[in-house]
Design a protein around this ligand. Sequence first.
Ligand code: GLA
Ligand code: GLA
Length: 668
Amino acid sequence: MVFGTDYYPEHWPEDRWPTDFRLMREAGLDTIRIAEFAWSLIEPREGIFDFDWLDRVMSLAVSHSMKVVLCTPTAAPPKWLMDKHPEIYQKDEFGHVRGFGSRRHYCFNSEIFREYSRKIISEMAKHYSGHPNIIAWQLDNEFGCHNTVRCYCEDCSSAFSKWLKKKYINIDNLNEKLGMAFWGQHYPSFESVILPAHTTCDNKAFGMNAHNPGLYLDFCRFSSDSVYDYSAMQVDVLRAHGIDVPITHNFMGSFFDLDYYKLQDQFEFISWDCYPNIAHGPFSTLSEVSYNHDKMRGYKNKKFWVMEHCSGQNGWNYMHETPNPGEIRLWTYQSVAHGADGIIYFRWRPCLFGTEQYWHGILDHDGIPRKRYKEIKATGAELRKLEEIIEGSEIVSDVCIINSFDNEWSHTYQKHSENFNYNRILYTVHNAITDLGINCDVVDMNVDLTNYKLAVLPAYNISSEADAVKLSKFINEGGNVVITFRSGNRDEYNRINGLTIPGYFRDICGIDVINYDAVGDHKRKVTSVAGPLEADTWCDIIDGKDSTVMGEYLDAFYRGTPFMTRNSAPGGSVYYIGAHLDRDGYNRIFRQITLETDVTRCPFGTVKGVETVTRTDFSSTYIFVMNHLDTPAYISLDKEYMEILGEKNISEVLRLGPYGVAVLTDKV
Ligand code: GLA
Ligand code: GLA
């Protein structure tokens, strides 16, 4: 397990560095991540490279036995470069230059920028190749941060034309597949195809997106592919210069413009940046963060690192709340429970200048170790002991949620009803399942379904016959599937496919959706196997045919018709949920579904606000029990357990203090 901090030596006088390294080591921190914004220090003028300062940092790393994650510094192209080649800047959808003054001010399709990137990365790789303390390289920093995946400059325009030409071969084909007959938008050539920028009809304030949805979806894919190519170039340069340690990149839970299922294949492991206290809403750590951890694990189906782990109050122009005592420890355990095997806290010390002066770290501005330092030090010591015991254990899940960037992009552009939010639907379903003490993977359709008992496809709209064939095979072999509203209705060109809904999934669901109601915020009462519930956002009106009705509408002209059905095949069952519920509603429905499908869950009952995640090494299980509440929690146990952190046996009732954590295993 890697346990470290994000360090910016360039922000501090050099005579402070030895103190920093000493304090880090005393806290048990063994790794630093450095240099992701240091281009202007490494190449202060074109072709003049200065590694002296970085060499002195590396020497301190060596003398303090500190491991290093070294970054390519391309997230912050220097001013001399931008002045010489202003065509590198991105342009927004209004054609305005997104200029200098922050970071990420470059277009992924700029050949000039790629050339300068190659140069600095080559120099760094030549200089540091084989350095014994470097355990990994991070590319750039958070590709796509600040809405930078999609750019509307001239370079992107010509790259998009080429991308489309490769895909559609001839322009008539594009016009036909994307439906350019609508509003007479036929393009005479690939070169004439526009980037979907600002038009007469766009009005963000009213949520109006008027572009051809197929062209827009292709633009999303193209933009994501552009980042992919730029990233692949960086990997190639590093490998060509003998870098043989793992290469990674720091993903984000809240970025949706970049297809991480594709991008992940360039990296030996993926990492992400986790800031629980800027997630939204009550129990945010339990909802978005828990979901994001599972999503990150699912990109590679592998353990991951948290490359930036929140270690204090955050903020740019104003600050969010300070973590309560015990919360940094809780968040750390939450990461480990979900599969993190690297924890790097952001950041070592808050800066005295610049945009992020308010973004706190392990130390305070005055450089003095206080509460957060002590908490992290104690957590690290505890983790090392835990690590010896849980080493080799995995998160094994009977349930997976199928996620898709095509669907994210399609649903976000034309979102069906006013408050439809694909990501929120996914994490509400995820939370409803994990609230039952059930592990849940978040994966894409390429996953090997045979590992699961239950696959859940919320709003899986862009779909193909191959998806239905894959699901049928899974069901025939005993698998179970849940499909929800707004599934099976569009093709790969983002066109409505014209099939009776749910399209290719109609046979496995055994139903027809014969009408629907985009109810938005209006509530619709329903009955269900789990008692009365309320739906909103969307209501499908269903002809249940021969399927079993599991719930009906009580409101509107469709009262008495099914909102939820089950179609039992010889192998497994397919459940269709036609209306959006809240977390509690889904929770009650999934309690029933997971019982019927024999899904493994935590052997003792769950408590609201307390998260459980089970890791297993196939001879023992380790149940992480995490209290996200600021009040004590009492959990009734089914039997006596050994509690690893406190090293004592616990029977009957586990008491957790505010933000308390326990790791339970079978008593030895
Ligand atoms: C207007 C236009 C039509 C159509 C409808 C629905 O009435 O004249 O072409 O766009 O709105 O949007
Ligand atoms: C992101 C970035 C960091 C820093 C933090 C805090 O995660 O990767 O460089 O900006 O946010 O804002």
